[in-house]
Design a protein around this ligand. Sequence first.
Ligand code: M6R
Length: 599
Amino acid sequence: MCGIVGYLGDNKASDIILSGLEKLEYRGYDSCGICLYNQSDQSFVTYKDKGRVEHLVHDFDYDINNHLAIGHTRWATHGKPNQTNSHPHFSLSKRFSIVHNGVIENYKELVSKFIPNTIFISETDTEVIANLIELFTETLSVDEAIRKTLSLIEGSYALLIIDTLSPNIIYAAKNKSPLLIGIRKEGITLASDLMALIGHADTYYPIEDKTFTKVEKIGNKYISEMFDIIGKPVQFVPLEMNMVLEEIGKGGYSHYMLKEICEQPSVIRKIMSKYLIEDQFTISPKITQMISAAKRIYIIAAGTSMHAGFVGKYYFENIANIPTEVFIASEFAYNMPLLVDNPLFIFISQSGETADLRTCLVNVKQLNYPTLTITNVATSTLAREADQFIEIYAGPEIAVASTKAYVGQVAILSILAYVVSSKKSFDLKLELSKVAIAMEAIIDKREYIHRLVQEKITKKSCFYIGRGLDYYTCLEAALKLKEISYIQTEGFAAGELKHGTIALIEDGIPVVAIISQKIINKNTRSNIREVLSRGANVLVISLNNVSDVTDEIVLVDVHEILSPLLTVIPTQLIAFYSALDLNKDIDKPRNLAKSVTVE
Ligand code: M6R
């Protein structure tokens, strides 16, 4: 959470920071700020305020000759989103200016031990870092003061630090929160995500945990060096920048979410092209051996990725015959269950940066268990730190509500279970191709779904009901609707409704039922009758071969086991159009951020 960008180079720094912050706004968008060095009068200027980057871009004057700057877009953890709490923050004398992504867990202890008399301007933990550095520079060099501060702070951080006495240097440090250094001859860009480096870097490297990097102009050259906590240089191998601007545009769509929904058939096809070799799904033998050797798989994830995990459990158990359990990452982190021998831990994460998952990964690695990450971001922390990782290839997902990454995760899970299964009872390649075509058919009918939303979905509340695989889709559908439209929505196992929740069903309450499997068709239909007779306004999504003439959304038949890839599409469109008609900020819903890098 929070996006940070820094620049030192020949170009106008404020342009690079502001366009970078706009690209990183998905990480947090309740306030933002920039601190830049005005080369003409050799002073530092700071603009910051509550609100979006748009406000920062339009409402301040950047007609300043500037080549060094740091900026921040915030998702509040300590203190309200207001101008005072916005980053950058300063040390008391204003010598050090800092932007920070993460949470310093021991900031209160550090204040009472080292700076009990300091008056803080904001409510943030970040100001403590700036003041500690300032304190330590009374006796140490700036490099040493930063290293000493890093050795004391506990928690997660990606930091950019400016010493106003040295306007040719940016210091950067990180622990747990991501931070990348983009290199180009004419300047160096620092950012929490690759997206902000597009167009400004030929190569890049991720800063390692508990190291710090000094970006400096020496003569006409821009140099970046990484050091460990005792000041020893750390070697790094620069990686090629392979992301292009088109990948992160809206491509003619009104919203990223709609674009990403519509991209899902191509995500399925891309995944197939990446993992099919000579017509056979082929996964690294290290990964297949790991899965085959597991007595039990533990899937750990959060939010939408966890819903993909539930489908994955079904796949590992029903296709590959491996018992599998799914855990909420934030629960597993501090309540580890009794494990069997020979477990395999699979971490599913679109961003690969979710802090709750990372805590679990660290815990599991300490126990020496094998770990595999399924992620959309190959350079992410979870990809780097697990024993193995497998890429989703969904392309950058910008809307906070996850759509194409979810179907990518489910498709990858189906491939993993399929490749390790001893008896292949169906042709996955053929069936996934059918899914892509069936997805297109429903996406083409999206205006019809918009009309159904206007007819059926009210503002008050909504229920999704289904059984088996459809229940997992209901959980995902409910999360999607509530997170972007703010309509209170629950996903329920259809049979469970009558054990209490049916008490909430009254005249006009929307209930969306999903039916894709023959085995549950009859029972879910009885549950539909139960809610209908209590006045619910029912909308049924079914696969053709289990459909009824009265069903509103009938989908082209696909293999039952792959139905979650298809049934989820109309639910994403229901969420999108509900939010659109309610005039909500679809791509950046309130209180949320795309990458949840705090626990
Ligand atoms: O990046 P991750 O997949 O680890 O993120 C997990 C959740 O934060 C994420 O899926 C969240 O629930 C989405 N906003 C759902 O649309």
